[in-house]
Design a protein around this ligand. Structure first.
Ligand SMILES: Cc1cc2nc3c(=O)[nH]c(=O)nc-3n(C[C@H](O)[C@H](O)[C@H](O)COP(=O)(O)O)c2cc1C
Length: 191
């Protein structure tokens, strides 16, 4: 199985990261990095209240899932010699966006993103904030110019979503499209 990296940070929209995880494990060996802040936001936004990574494994018992703490800079992912198809950061906080844009690699998420950029692998960020400041926009522009895909979790309404799940599936389907992963999570526009 090919490997792919997913990082979940402490921006609102943890549900997008979890839905993405459920879909990625269908076809990849997934290396998942949870930021410390993501664990706090998870408590507010979902019924998942975990204090350590083992508890997360119990909630998501996938054989092809490996979890990493954001503090673990000795993980294989921190090196370009560890080959992966690419990386998602979903949702991506403005703090992590800023660190990636400036090569400030002091945790496993920002270091792995730095590796993706230097190795010219696919890096897809889903930044969530509103409104966006000039700092946020400049960071996104800088990354976009480097080939990083900036794909914010913005829903569309032409497909008439009725439930939160419809909105989440639309966003996650578009994120998978960005990585070139086949999916039928949302109804495509056929004209
Ligand atoms: C409930 C909650 C929601 C948050 N939502 C956002 C958000 O949407 N965007 C953002 O940039 N930061 C948000 N934050 C702040 C981040 O969690 C904070 O900046 C943190 O340092 C990010 O760290 P990380 O990028 O290492 O996960 C939120 C914090 C909390 C507690």
């Amino acid at each position: 199985m090919k490997k792919i990296v997913l990082a979940i940070t402490g921006a609102s929209g943890i549900i997008y990261g979890l839905k993405l995880l459920e879909n990625l494990v269908k076809s990849f060996k997934v290396d998942l990095i949870l930021s410390n802040a993501s664990l706090s936001v998870m408590k507010y936004e979902s019924d998942i209240a975990i204090s350590n990574l083992n508890e997360f494994y119990k909630k998501f018992p996938f054989n092809n899932l490996t979890l990493y703490s954001d503090n673990d800079l000795t993980a294989p992912l921190a090196s370009g010699s560890y080959i992966t198809e690419g990386m998602f950061v979903v949702p991506c906080s403005m703090k992590t966006l800023s660190a990636i844009a400036n090569g400030y690699s002091d945790n496993l998420i920002t270091r792995t993103a730095d590796v993706m950029i230097k190795e010219k692998r696919k890096l897809i960020l889903s930044p969530r904030e509103m409104p966006l400041s000039t700092i946020h926009l400049e960071n996104m522009l800088k990354l976009s110019r480097l080939g990083v895909i900036i794909a914010p979790p913005i829903p569309a309404f032409y497909n008439k979503p009725e439930r939160i799940e419809d909105i989440v599936n639309f966003v996650v389907g578009k994120l998978l499209d960005c990585m070139g992963v086949e999916n039928n999570l949302y109804m495509r526009w056929n004209g």
